[in-house]
Design a binder for this molecule. Structure first.
Ligand code: THU
Length: 409
């Protein structure tokens, strides 16, 4: 397999990309052959499509201003990211992870690299259409059966460095299903699918580079990949988030209960019988395991004035605090519900006061159970740490406003 770089002049907004590529091929001595795969960088496609925005023409909205402050980005850039994405998943300083058309993109593909000063390049508006157009043009000019891929780059989770990804292709199948084939030991491959188009983009990127090389496209020759008739513009296959290993595994709890707190669940179930719940008839039991090893259990406590009800979790917590405990390992909560019961918002707030890591075992009387830390159940909480931002307040808090030492101090 050969990767032949196509060096071109700088491509400007709405320049005629097709003839620039054609001249580049000529100058590089490349004559298209049957089976050739032309890989073109998405940034030149976007420029060709006119997807270049002058930053000072963008007026950021309120949401963009708030997100820009949170993630340390320019408000104008954040406004474009918001407009370009379907959903902001989260972020770290300088970059937000976005969902767009079923794919994850850093910053929704809004990119300053290779953009003229003061401007920014968006992703191509329609990579599939561009791939089909380019394929058609070069197939008819050369009379050869070729394929085209629009290439971008991306990092893998926890991995340093970018690899190639295809945004669209025409004339090849983007993913080859290798299931049913056999490994070296004759074992049948069960889940292997080959990301053919992505792999070809990666190969192309070794020659293209990402910076000032001036090689926005390559021709890949003699790849062991079948070129299929064009016109069947191939949608890049996605998998739904719930079937994605990364998204599924990293999603916060609850997780299945795998044992370790059977006694605590038993204690909670016993406490459920002591519930004072004449109004709702809904009995709940909770058992709290302190660092000391002691268990404090209680049922819910209702009142004719329902606002005065105390949940089982807080009743158990009050018992523990009254006994002088302030450090806790786990809490089990049990009710006769179809699904394991989850602590209410007020209880989550009361529990997180004593540490985000407390394990909450949510169970029912039918043997169902799942676990999550209180931090997982109450993400981005308001705690004493939030108040520490103000140094004076911190002084006041530690200087005797409360007599019990605050957790995490
Ligand atoms: N309750 C609890 O004790 N714990 C929970 O996690 C949820 C709700 C109680 C409060 C009230 O007595 C009854 O259930 C109905 O809301």
């Amino acid at each position: 397999m050969e990767v032949l770089g196509i060096k071109t002049a700088l491509i400007g907004i709405r320049d005629d990309l097709l003839s620039i590529l054609e001249r580049g091929m000529e100058a590089s001595g490349i004559e298209l052959q049957d089976g050739d795969i032309l890989v073109v960088s998405e940034s030149v496609i976007a420029t060709w499509e006119g997807r270049v925005v002058a930053l000072d023409s963008v007026v950021p909205g309120e949401k963009a201003i708030a997100l820009a402050a949170r993630y340390g980005k320019e408000p104008q850039e954040m406004e474009l990211i918001l407009r370009e994405s379907d959903h902001i998943v989260g972020g770290i300083p300088g970059v937000v992870l976005t969902l767009k058309d079923g794919f994850l993109y850093p910053n929704a593909g809004v990119d300053r690299s290779n953009a003229p000063p003061g401007s920014i390049v968006l992703l191509p508006a329609d990579s599939r259409k561009s791939a089909a157009m380019i394929r058609e043009y070069f197939a008819s000019r050369s009379g050869k059966n070729i394929a085209v891929i629009i290439g971008d780059s991306r990092t893998h989770p926890l991995r340093l460095g970018c690899v190639g990804v295809a945004l669209a292709c025409d004339g090849i199948l983007p993913v080859e299903d290798a299931r049913g084939q056999h490994d070296l030991f004759g074992r049948e491959l069960k889940i292997t699918r080959k990301a053919v188009a992505d792999n070809l983009v990666s190969a192309g990127q070794i020659v293209m580079g990402e910076g000032d090389e001036g090689i926005p496209a390559v021709v890949i020759r003699d790849a062991p990949v079948e070129v299929v008739p064009g016109g069947t513009c191939q949608e890049m296959p996605t998998i739904p988030p719930q079937e994605c290993m990364y998204i599924g595994a990293l999603r916060a709890g609850p997780h299945p209960y795998l044992g370790g707190h059977d006694d605590l669940i038993q204690a909670a179930a016993a406490a459920m019988k002591t519930a004072y719940a004449p109004y709702s008839g809904f009995s709940v039991g909770a058992a709290l395991l302190a660092e000391s090893g002691q268990v404090y259990a209680a049922g819910n406590v209702e009142n004719a004035s329902s606002g005065a009800d105390i949940c089982a979790e807080r009743a158990a917590l009050s018992r523990a605090l009254a006994a002088g405990e302030t450090g806790f390992r786990a809490l089990a909560v049990v009710a006769d519900t179809r699904e394991p019961i989850a602590p209410c918002g007020i209880c989550r707030q009361n529990l997180i006061e004593f540490g985000e890591g407390i394990e909450i075992v949510m169970a029912n009387t039918r043997g169902g159970a799942c676990v999550a830390t209180v931090g997982e159940l109450l993400p981005h909480p308001f705690t004493v740490a939030s108040m520490k931002a103000r140094a004076e307040d911190e002084e006041k808090i530690s200087d005797g406003v409360t007599s019990t030492p605050l957790p995490g101090k």
